[in-house]
Ligand binder design. Structure first.
Ligand SMILES: Cc1cc2nc3c(=O)[nH]c(=O)nc-3n(C[C@H](O)[C@H](O)[C@H](O)COP(=O)(O)OP(=O)(O)OC[C@H]3O[C@@H](n4cnc5c(N)ncnc54)[C@H](O)[C@@H]3O)c2cc1C
Length: 286
């Protein structure tokens, strides 16, 4: 148990009935954020959403990740929920995986047998299924350095502006070539759009190496909604989620693009947009 904000609920519902509960709060070595010499960023599994959103290092390097953290539920939830718990619960509706997938993050898993580092892309094998073995702990998240004109954005849609689980979310991280116009690289990932947090690689491929234009972004957004396989739940129909994916991916890419164009060389701020169902932008014509 990290913060317990998911686990306690699952235990109350008897969805999980553990024989023992091992609390990680007393392991200070897991609660840190540091920059590596090569510019990489390492976040300890027990860093809380609050620590991440208020970290000047994260804000300076990847502001969209800080803003994602700032919106993990209520103020109480921010102070106890951890990034490690968010990744390990395996739900496709949680917010940290999508922006971290766009940043090419890796996770370190440790057991008495040793340690292994695996890409977050591949960490999820199915609904609530992760690569973490029963005897393993996730100890840290590693984000490689990004040194050129880049920017990211994560946009989530949820019914209410406070304390609500994400209906659908989209993250994008765009790196521009030195000409300031061509997408050297792009990563796009989705929340609640498949049984697992999902990178939409056909959409990425459509934009990578191309001049970034509104048309190219729209094409990538269309491909993302085709690649997504959302389900119908009491929160939303699959059809509505598919439409959301197209809108949110387009807006995430537009935000990232705007920011990347004005970026100095690195350390760009992204944004998180919260949208209300009554927000007129949701229904806007393309
Ligand atoms: C009111 C409320 C609002 C919320 N809003 C949001 C939201 O907006 N966005 C969002 O993404 N989530 C939200 N959540 C869900 C939850 O708060 C987050 O997923 C949180 O980050 C989970 O972290 P935790 O530390 O509480 O995990 P825990 O509940 O302690 O653990 C979750 C699971 O991960 C395992 N685990 C934890 N840490 C490790 C580790 N280091 N190694 C291996 N396994 C581990 C546990 O065994 C458990 O199975 C909300 C929850 C509540 C109650």
């Amino acid at each position: 148990m990290a913060g317990g904000t998911d686990l306690i609920i699952m235990m109350r519902r008897r969805e999980v009935v553990p024989r023992y509960v091992i609390g990680l709060k007393g392991v200070p070595e897991l609660n840190f954020i540091r920059e590596e010499k090569d510019g990489g960023l390492i976040i300890g599994a027990m860093a809380t959403s609050w620590t991440i959103q208020s970290s000047s290092l994260v804000r300076r390097r990847y502001d969209f990740l800080a803003k994602t953290a700032a919106d993990i539920g209520s103020i109480e939830n921010l102070h106890v929920s951890t990034i490690g718990g968010n990744l390990c619960d395996g739900f496709p509706c949680v917010d940290f995986p999508a922006p971290l997938l766009t940043l090419d993050a890796k996770v370190k898993l440790v057991s008495r047998r040793g340690e292994r580092i695996i890409p977050l892309d591949g960490f999820y094998s199915g609904y609530q299924k992760t690569a973490v073995e029963p005897d393993e702990l996730l100890t840290e998240i590693q984000i490689p350095s990004h040194n050129s004109h880049h920017a990211g954005a994560y946009i989530k849609f949820h019914d209410r502006h406070a304390i609500d689980i994400t209906t659908t979310g989209a993250g994008a991280f765009l790196t521009l070539d030195s000409d300031g116009e061509t997408a050297r690289d792009v990563k796009i990932a989705l929340t609640t759009s498949a049984p697992v947090p999902l990178r939409v690689k056909s959409a990425e491929a459509a934009l990578r190496g191309r001049k970034v234009t509104e048309e190219a972004i729209e094409e990538a957004a269309r491909l993302a909604s085709e690649e997504a396989s959302p389900r119908t739940s009491w929160r939303s129909t699959a059809e509505f989620r598919s439409k959301l994916v197209r809108v949110l991916v387009r807006r995430a890419l537009q935000q990232a693009w705007r920011k990347a164009m004005t970026a100095p060389a690195s350390d760009l701020a992204g944004d998180i947009w919260l949208m209300h169902p009554l927000d007129p932008r949701i229904g806007e014509k393309r």
